[in-house]
Design a protein around this ligand. Structure first.
Ligand code: CP
Length: 308
């Protein structure tokens, strides 16, 4: 059964197909209004979420389907000690497709191994968040018109920020891109991402602590929140949380067509004044996430139907 746990689960052709379907949904929403009639999505969120869970649910409703859900680690039998494997087998009896978020890395993979229906990873610990990357890709496509030849600045918590790891996976598959990794020393991109992705593919990248120094060369600036929930002690979080705050002053040497992205939620990383700048794309990114999740649900349900 086909599931999507990490970005490499989707080929470049499939990413293009999802973008094309999302663009068609935007242009012709009525065409898709009954596409999932009679189907059920189960959203299993064992960790807080606003965008991912609600956009999956809105996506399924807009496709004419229904949603059943678990929200919060304490509200399902996981709180009584039920395993992910047993939860996967159980939910497979009720739904046609699962979207899952869990604080443990690898949990979505375990669920996919045990489910008899497609599983979509809605974020597993600090590992991966592939549908956020789909939202990011549609935003880049709509703002820049291409995926190649871009200088992409990633700023903030690059160690625990799973959206960063997935976006590097995705954008390093296109030609001519360069990454500028902007973070405090303690929050650098993990070495497995640098070695297994950037170095293995020969992708140019630089690491710096200086956001303003990096700014003039950037086509995309991807800001991220310092991930409080993944820190071992509060003291370190408090010391690092405001390392980067993007404001209009810091944007003075930025390109006029810079695209500013953020997976959200935002805490302090972007001043609210930046929201009115035409280069701010993070709320467009939220909406793009719903369209890409619609496209992905359609694709996986179609493939599951063809398997039977
Ligand atoms: N971007 C994102 O994953 O947001 P939520 O945590 O609100 O789902």
């Amino acid at each position: 059964m086909r599931s999507v746990i990490d970005i490499p689960d989707l080929s470049l052709d499939e990413l293009k197909e999802l973008i094309d379907v999302a663009m068609d949904i935007i242009a012709n929403p009525q065409k898709y209004a009954e596409a999932c009639h009679g189907k059920k999505l189960a959203t299993l969120f064992f960790e807080p979420s606003t965008r991912t869970r609600m956009s999956f649910e809105a996506a399924m409703y807009e496709l004419g389907g229904n949603v059943i859900s678990v929200t919060g680690a304490g509200t399902s039998s996981a709180a009584k000690g039920e395993s992910m494997a047993d939860t996967a087998k159980t939910v497979s009896c009720y739904a046609d497709i699962i979207a899952v978020r869990h604080p443990k890395e690898g949990s979505a993979y375990v669920m996919a191994q045990n489910a008899t229906i497609p599983v979509i990873n809605g974020g597993d610990g600090g590992h991966s968040h592939p549908t956020q990357t789909l939202a990011d890709l549609l935003t880049i496509y709509r703002e820049k018109g291409r995926f190649e030849g871009l200088t992409i600045g990633l700023c903030g918590d690059l160690k625990f920020g799973r959206t960063v790891h997935s976006l590097i996976q995705a954008m390093s598959r296109y030609n001519g891109n360069k990454f500028v990794l902007i973070s405090p020393e303690e929050l650098k991109v993990p070495s497995y991402v640098k070695k297994d992705v950037l170095q293995q593919r020969g992708i140019p990248y630089e690491q710096t602590t200086d956001l303003e120094g990096a700014m003039p060369q950037l086509d995309i600036l991807y800001m991220t929140r310092v991930q409080r929930e993944r820190f071992f002690n509060e003291e370190d979080y408090l010391r690092l949380k405001d390392s980067y705050i993007l404001n209009m002053e810091k944007l003075k040497n930025a390109k006029p067509d810079l695209a500013i992205l953020h997976p959200l939620p935002r805490v302090n990383e972007i001043s609210v004044a930046v929201d009115n700048d035409p280069r701010a794309c993070y709320f467009k990114q939220v909406l793009n996430g719903k369209y890409m999740r619609m496209a992905l649900i359609l694709k996986l349900l179609k493939e599951a139907q063809n398997e039977h």
